[in-house]
Design a protein around this ligand. Structure first.
Ligand code: PEP
Ligand code: MG
Length: 593
């Protein structure tokens, strides 16, 4: 934080939700919301040729930009993910898009913006009305491309998110999974968004990249402009516009203090996660992208407890092939061996969509065609992934985990498909781990309540508290308007977790947590006391959680959990957690605000 705030303008504090920890002060780059820039206007006949030229130039610039983004995505993620941009270039060349816009400029005597908006609208309407799902989906591509051209017409090309030149804090209404995955990490120092929660995909990616983020700010895009200076604290969920020198100094000191606590914790890397009375807990890492695997060891994790494999599918125009998936899974498994990687089968739907699947929009996506429901309905796609996972299991310690299980039937059906894949591989003489372990995520109340039944079919449970909280409390996890009701320590959630742990242990299987609660040090003693065997979290969160485990005895943690289970309210439970933390690990309290 080198620069100082503008003293002539008063500072203004906005409060949102901490998406990813860290403090940063920098210049804003505001991403335009849905509305593309540029006013519509009627023109004189003498302006027609000039408008056509403007349009052609903007289309050419757009093509070049798309080429550049395609290159970057190819390098950052994968070849397959970059194919989306070929479709975008095809739209640019399509005569119904290009020629029709020029015709409209000439015929209707309107500027390029108005002509383009008219064509896009008409095109979108026609496609949206078609039976064919694939063609219906193309309406979104056309809108996307048109928005880029409109930005170029307005001379905004140098501000496009994918063309950043300077370090900045990105401010946006929201960032799509593909935008987040392709962010230029060396230039994006932080981000702040109108929507979102600590468990939305944007926050999950920010934590994966170690970029401070504040989400769920409501209207930050209307409060700041490109070029403004803001400070964000992703731990407290605070954004300060025009911070005063006093605030900058305060946060600079806070950042130094947190850094020094974190550096102290770095020494724990090779220490075990063991309580003061000798109880050991497994700490693993969550990853979304293959390249994050290097962070896993650095953080001192004992493998990957959740590999969110859907990021291989997101932003890709084509489904990842068996070979592409094998390369990703094998890479992770062999780098981690002999430590395990739990590959979660694809969890698309909710707030994560893959354009390659062309799934129609749903009114309640979190309650809809998501995760295992999609996989069981699309066995060919599911089998491609299962075969790739099985093949990777010959190169390390791989486990499989099914997401969003709501009844035991789904587990049985998924396992039958898995057995099918094993049979195929045996016939093809392709090696895999014959003893590969299969587990499920417990993240729907019906699964927690029937955990005793489900336990008979699997080798482990991992509780997905991000979803378990939303489904138990009927609170959309990405809706900032109900964020105050999203309470992980609600007694109903704790009871379901306890039930799941007891059911797992009664059957002799281990039970972990891989939702955001696992990486929140304030929750560590409570989870430990509830009897958890494993915690899986963003790598950066691991040292503080390890310190929390090492600061306490299992007896103290159990006493805390017993007290918490007797509490009437989420706030009451939190107070117990804070009280024990303040006693045994006060320095970590500084890290959680
Ligand atoms: C969860 O629901 O807690 C979880 C870990 O999965 P995701 O956040 O990917 O839904
Ligand atoms: Mg989940």
């Amino acid at each position: 934080m080198k620069q100082k705030g503008a003293e002539d303008q008063p500072e203004h504090i906005l409060r949102g939700v901490g998406g990813s920890p860290g403090i940063v002060f920098a210049t804003v780059y505001r991403v335009h919301a849905e509305d593309a820039p540029g006013l519509d206007r009627v023109i004189n006949p003498g302006e027609i040729s000039g408008e056509i030229e403007r349009f052609k130039t903007a289309v050419n610039e757009t093509r070049l930009q798309i080429d550049q983004i395609q290159q970057k995505v190819r390098q950052a993620i994968s070849q397959g993910d970059a194919i989306i941009f070929d479709v975008h270039k095809m739209v640019l060349d399509d005569s119904a898009f290009f020629d029709e816009t020029i015709r409209k400029i000439e015929r209707d005597r309107v500027n390029a913006e108005k002509a383009l908006r008219g064509v896009t609208l008409r095109y979108g309407e026609v496609l949206s009305a078609l039976e064919d799902e694939y063609l219906r989906e193309r309406a979104a591509d056309i809108k996307d491309v048109a928005r880029r051209v409109l930005r170029n017409l307005a001379g905004e090309k140098t501000h496009a998110l994918d063309e950043l030149h300077e370090k900045c804090i990105v401010v946006a209404a929201d960032l799509s999974p593909s935008e987040t995955a392709s962010l230029q990490r060396d230039l994006v120092l932080g981000f702040a968004t109108d929507v979102g929660s600590s468990t939305s995909h944007t926050a999950i990616m920010a934590r994966a990249f170690g970029i401070p983020a504040v989400v769920g700010l409501g209207d930050v895009t209307h409060r700041v402009e490109t070029g403004d200076q803001i400070l964000i604290d992703g731990t407290e969920g605070v954004v300060i516009l025009n911070p005063s020198v006093a605030s900058l100094n305060k946060y600079e000191a806070l950042a130094r203090q947190r850094d020094s606590i974190q550096s102290g914790l770095a020494g724990l890397r090779n220490q075990p996660a063991i309580t003061r009375d000798g109880h050991r807990v497994v700490l693993s890492a969550n990853i979304e992208l293959v390249e994050e695997v290097s962070e896993v060891r650095k953080a001192g994790a004992e493998g990957v407890g959740l590999f969110r494999s859907e990021y291989l599918y997101i932003a890709s125009r084509t489904l990842p092939t068996e070979e592409e998936q094998l390369a990703a899974y094998q890479g992770v498994a062999s780098q981690l061996a002999p430590d395990p990687v739990i590959i979660r089968t694809v969890d698309l739907g909710g707030d994560k969509f893959a354009s390659s699947l062309n799934l129609p929009p749903e009114i309640n996506p979190f309650l809809g065609f998501r995760a295992i429901r999609f996989c069981l309905a699309q066995p060919t796609i599911f089998k491609t992934q299962l075969r790739a996972i099985l093949r990777a299991s010959a190169h390390g310690k791989v486990r499989i985990m099914y997401p969003m299980i709501s009844n035991v039937g789904e587990v049985i059906r998924a396992n039958l498909i898995l057995e099918d894949c094993k049979g195929e591989l045996r016939r093809e003489a392709i090696p895999f781990d014959e003893h590969i372990e299969v587990g499920v995520m417990i993240e729907i109340p019906s699964a927690a309540i029937t955990a005793d039944i489900i336990a008979k079919q699997v080798s482990f449970f991992s509780m997905g508290t991000n979803d378990l909280v939303q489904y138990t409390l009927a609170v959309d996890r990405v809706n900032d308007r109900v964020a105050h009701l999203y309470e992980p320590t609600h007694p109903a959630v704790l009871r379901l977790m306890k039930m799941t742990i007891e059911a797992g242990h009664a059957r002799g299987i281990w039970v972990g947590v891989c939702g955001q609660m696992a990486g929140d040090p304030l929750m560590t003693h409570l989870l430990l006391g509830l009897g958890i065997d494993e915690l899986s979290m963003a790598p950066a969160a691991l040292p503080a959680v390890k310190e929390m485990i090492r600061s306490v005895t299992l007896v103290q943690a159990k006493r805390l959990a017993e007290g918490a289970l007797r509490e009437d309210t989420a706030a009451g439970v939190l107070a117990h957690c804070r009280e024990l933390m303040a006693r045994v690990a006060p320095e970590i309290l500084e890290l959680v605000k």
